[in-house]
Write a protein that binds this ligand. Structure first.
Ligand SMILES: NC(=O)c1ccc[n+]([C@@H]2O[C@H](COP(=O)([O-])OP(=O)(O)OC[C@H]3O[C@@H](n4cnc5c(N)ncnc54)[C@H](OP(=O)(O)O)[C@@H]3O)[C@@H](O)[C@H]2O)c1
Length: 272
């Protein structure tokens, strides 16, 4: 059902803001006349098919018009946003800007922090989100519906969980890309032609990984099946584990979590 609520996306011309705006319209959750997008230039690409969508450079005007305000600017751009929205639901995509800072800067107590990623563009995004106590059931229902236009979503139990997930979910395809690059550089070093190597790596990292989740095939089961088979894959997996694969992944996630916490402390102190 199309919501009667008006949604304003500050930073609606950016990668994520555009993807979420287009998904809300494409899935019929918001009517074109119920969407306002802002950018500093007052121009936003990609919405020509919906002439009723409003585009503005005036964030204060957007905040007055919208029932729900989505903050989709980069964290370092937030200080310039300057909105006063005491009675509005505010949903922030920004990593490293805490609920306390968002409350202080917007005047709203109805705040949700969420961590989507670039896969929103292809409807394959998983979005964890966390809400302040003042967020009511209707707000939560809309929020869940909004994120389901881009894939799937869950409310999480604490802001700390959301911060941790920023370093896992917010990364989008970055970790698979790291694996792909490692596979690619090894195969190229063995002298194979680049186009063969690229096709092979794509087939494994993008193609075959789609088997995960099909017919209930979870990663642990997939690995067990490969180890039980005792073939070349088992040898490869065992050598990767012996080489510290798990420890490297854990160190990476810990480093991302620590970076999110440092960012939060910095923005809490300076607001910019
Ligand atoms: N992209 C991802 O995969 C991803 C994943 C997780 C979280 N996030 C978070 O989502 C947020 C948006 O990310 P993004 O990748 O979409 O960034 P982006 O492509 O750089 O988009 C940010 C947009 O904000 C606009 N903007 C900047 N200052 C503004 C202001 N004062 N008023 C109105 N608009 C303003 C910019 O447009 P103009 O220059 O035209 O003003 C820009 O298009 C960030 O906080 C990011 O950390 C992104």
């Amino acid at each position: 059902m199309v919501s009667r609520l008006k949604v304003g996306i500050i930073g609606g011309g950016g990668w994520l803001g555009r993807a979420v705006g287009a998904a809300l319209l494409g899935k019929g959750v918001v009517a074109p006349a119920g969407l306002v997008l802002s950018s500093r230039s007052g121009r936003v690409k990609g919405f020509d098919a919906w002439p009723e969508v409003q585009v503005t450079s005036d964030n204060r005007q957007l905040a007055r018009q919208a029932d729900i305000i989505v903050l989709s600017v980069r964290p370092e751009q937030f200080a310039a946003v300057a909105i006063d929205a005491p009675d509005k639901l505010v949903i922030s995509f920004m990593a490293g800007i805490s609920l306390a800072t968002l409350e202080a800067c917007t005047g709203s107590r109805r705040i949700i922090r969420a961590m989507p990623n670039a896969a929103a563009q292809i409807g394959q995004c998983y979005t964890p989100w966390f809400a302040t106590p003042a967020v009511d059931v209707d707000d939560k229902t809309f929020t869940q519906a909004m994120f389901e236009t881009c894939g799937s979503a869950d409310e999480v139990d604490s802001e700390a969980d959301l911060d941790y997930l920023s370093g896992l979910v917010g990364t989008g395809a970055a970790y698979p890309a790291l694996l792909a690059e490692a596979l690619l550089s090894h195969a190229l070093a063995r002298g194979l032609p680049r186009h063969i190597v690229e096709n092979a790596v794509h087939g494994v990292v993008v193609g075959a990984s789609q088997l995960l989740g099909r017919d209930g095939m979870v990663p642990a089961e997939m690995l067990k099946a490969m180890f039980d088979y005792r073939g070349t894959t088992a040898a490869g997996l065992q050598a990767m584990l012996d080489g510290g694969f798990q420890q490297a992944v854990e160190a990476g996630l810990d480093a991302a979590d620590a970076a999110a916490q440092r960012m939060q402390a910095r923005f809490a102190k300076t607001g910019q």
